[in-house]
Write a protein that binds this ligand. Structure first.
Ligand SMILES: [Zn+2]
Ligand SMILES: [Zn+2]
Length: 283
């Protein structure tokens, strides 16, 4: 098998700047170096827009949007320092993972203007302002509020479409995250009403020439395949969309985990493994 390089378009969450991650950002970058990654996008979560839209663990820990905003400022500063410090040995992108909730169409561009990240990862962790990926319980509660799982999927892909159209993120994060706690996801993704939205979103990604994150975090949570799942991956391949690994690491333990297998699978499916790099914003 041809030797390909390790890269990550999405990862590097650190305990220093994210409550549900561990370790310092510098330790994390050193680990990427020791694992011989040729380039890595550090993509910390954006700060919360409001009290109501904090993650459950942030709420429980008493964190405020102001605190998170200041911490994010420190994140960007630290990430730029490390980017420079380690530039002889690894290419680092100082980036951020966004959210989609009420007000994000103003909030995210204002964050982009203020913090000037190298690029953004367009992720959807909220449907109609309700989180779904935090726990199985939260997932089913949100599904119920949407009128069932089919509706949850439909709304997710509609809101993803809107986000991609509005923000044109260099990277589309974990495309089918909505399947996270659904044991029957293969048959649900195949339902015509849902598959139609998937194909529509992929067509938009292709038209805008964006990169899709091939995300290994699902495997750590017991799934049998990364996000993007196989049938969707096939369509993306046939459309000629660039798909690039993202370890979505949240600490030293998850850096580069499952990377070999993931890369082998992309290779076997005929994807180009001369990984495309994200386009850097110009300000
Ligand atoms: Zn996270
Ligand atoms: Zn995410």
């Amino acid at each position: 098998m041809k030797k390909t390089t390790f890269v990550s378009v999405h990862g590097g969450h650190s305990g220093q700047f994210c409550l549900h991650a561990t370790d310092t950002l510098e330790e994390i970058i050193q680990k990427y170096i020791s694992k011989q990654f040729s380039w890595v996008g550090i993509t910390e979560h954006v700060p919360a827009i409001s009290e109501e839209l904090l993650y459950p663990d942030q709420k429980a820990a008493g964190l405020t949007p102001e605190f998170l905003y200041n911490r994010f400022r420190n994140y960007m500063r630290e990430c730029r320092r490390l980017q420079e410090k380690y530039s002889p040995v690894i290419k680092i992108f100082a980036a951020m993972e966004i959210e989609t909730y009420s007000g994000y169409k103003q909030f995210i561009p204002s964050l982009i203007q203020t913090f000037q990240p190298d690029y953004i990862v367009g992720s959807v962790h909220f449907v109609d302002d309700q989180g779904f990926d935090y726990s199985r319980e939260q997932y089913h509660k949100t599904a119920e509020a949407m009128g069932g799982l089919d509706n949850l999927y439909c709304k997710y892909f509609d809101q993803q479409f809107e986000m991609i159209e509005t923000l044109k993120p260099a990277i589309v994060g974990h495309f089918d995250l909505i399947r996270i706690f659904d044991e029957n996801y293969p048959s649900r993704l195949a339902k015509p009403a849902i598959m139609e939205k998937i194909t529509r979103n992929l067509t938009l990604i292709k038209d805008l020439d964006l990169i899709m994150d091939y995300n290994f975090r699902s495997l750590l949570k017991g799934a049998s395949e990364p996000y993007i799942s196989r049938p969707i991956l096939k369509i993306a391949r046939d459309m000629g969309i660039a798909v690039v690994p993202g370890d979505d690491s949240h600490g030293l333990q998850s850096i580069g985990i499952n990377m070999e297998n993931g890369i082998a699978l992309l290779q076997e499916m005929g994807f180009d493994t001369n990984w495309r790099q994200p386009k850097i914003y110009t300000y």
